[in-house]
Design a protein around this ligand. Structure first.
Ligand code: F6P
Length: 341
């Protein structure tokens, strides 16, 4: 078989581990030819291919980023994009495609699958918001990095008696904020799932600093918003692909908190540090399991599906079921964060 492989959307640590697993299992055990497409769906549209043999994946397991390159590009939104994808699949004699991506890439995958291309998808996103799977590649590494940052912020917050805002990624879901806030012992976690009331935050900070503490740490997801009808005005700024302009919500919160409490307040935006560098063992293992499951599914002819982790087991879920849905942080996890304020 000739199997095409691509990585799309924002990169995450662990992509190379997944590529390696697909190639090792696909070439070594199934005898397939694996061809990589450069820069996500853009490479499929342009017919930009690179053969993937065992020599290409040597030593890549611990390396962050993606050896195939990636891009935010959706063929169904580009002029003649879908036709170009189908033409490349035919010209390159691709029997099936494995695409590793987050919401945008998976949405494109489901459209291309509908058009008749056999596809198996692998979920990756540091935001952990792909529906249908307990975990996506990259999330564990991002939480590890963010938790380390919160730990470091702790000592400087305490030394200077400051309120420290740590902004983490999470456009639609606050998984990184909730996880790193709990793991790092933040006083307040703000997530898109639970619009906040600035009056309550200010009351909490004043009370805490009067009663027993001289510092506070707030972990805020970039997609967090004030609740409607509350006293803080904020308009989210979006980039070309709907990405949030970093620092917006935390700088706005800093202004409000300083103005209303008089407490010295600082902002740290973790940004792309959360997506860089070496993947954790948990992400390497997840990526390896998903990679093997994906190429095995292709080999069996089981396509139109996504690999998913469910209660510790790797399963296959229909692509059509997951596209367009967001996996939100459950209230119970946000309640744990609030209980430990
Ligand atoms: O989708 C993952 C994500 O990391 C979001 O949390 C973030 O808003 C976005 O990517 C940033 O995208 P870019 O790297 O294109 O600026």
């Amino acid at each position: 078989m000739r199997v095409g492989l691509l990585t799309g959307g924002g990169d995450v640590p662990g992509l190379n581990a997944a590529i390696r697993a697909v190639v090792k299992r696909g070439v070594g055990q199934h005898g397939h030819h694996i061809i990589g497409f450069r820069n996500g769906w853009k490479g499929v549209v342009d017919g930009d291919i690179v053969p993937l043999t065992r020599s290409h994946i040597r030593n890549v397991l611990p390396i962050g980023g993606t050896l195939l390159g990636t891009a935010r590009f959706h063929p169904h939104s580009a002029e003649d994009g879908m036709d170009a994808v189908l033409a490349t699949v035919e010209n390159e004699h691709v029997d099936a495609l494995i695409c590793i991506g987050g919401d945008g890439t998976l949405h494109a995958a489901s459209k291309i699958a509908e058009a008749g291309v056999p596809i198996v998808a692998i979920p990756k996103t540091i935001d952990n918001d792909v529906w249908g799977t307990d975990a996506s590649i990259g999330f564990d590494t991002a939480v590890t990095i963010a938790t380390d940052a919160v730990d470091r912020i702790h000592t400087t917050a305490e030394s200077h008696n400051r309120v420290m805002l740590v902004e983490v990624m999470g456009r639609h879901a606050g998984w990184i904020a909730a996880a790193s806030g709990i793991a790092g012992g933040a006083e307040i976690v703000l997530a898109p799932e639970q619009p906040f009331d600035i009056d309550k935050i200010v009351r909490f900070l004043k009370h805490r600093h009067r009663a027993h503490a001289s510092f506070s740490i707030i972990v805020v997801a970039e997609g967090a918003m004030p609740a409607e009808g509350t006293s803080m005005q904020y308009e989210m700024q979006l980039g070309q692909f709907g990405q949030i302009v970093a620092g917006g919500i935390s700088e706005r919160l800093k202004q409000e908190i300083e103005q209303r409490t008089g407490f010295d307040t600082r902002v740290t935006v973790l940004g792309h540090i959360q997506r860089g560098g070496t993947p954790t063992p948990t992400d390497r293992i997840l990526a390896s399991r998903f990679g093997v499951a994906a190429i095995d599914a292709v080999t069996r002819g089981e396509t139109g599906v996504m690999t998913a982790l469910r209660a510790g087991e790797v399963e296959l879920v229909p692509l059509a079921d997951i596209a367009g849905k967001v996996k939100h942080v459950p209230q119970a996890l946000l309640d744990v964060a609030a209980a430990l304020a």
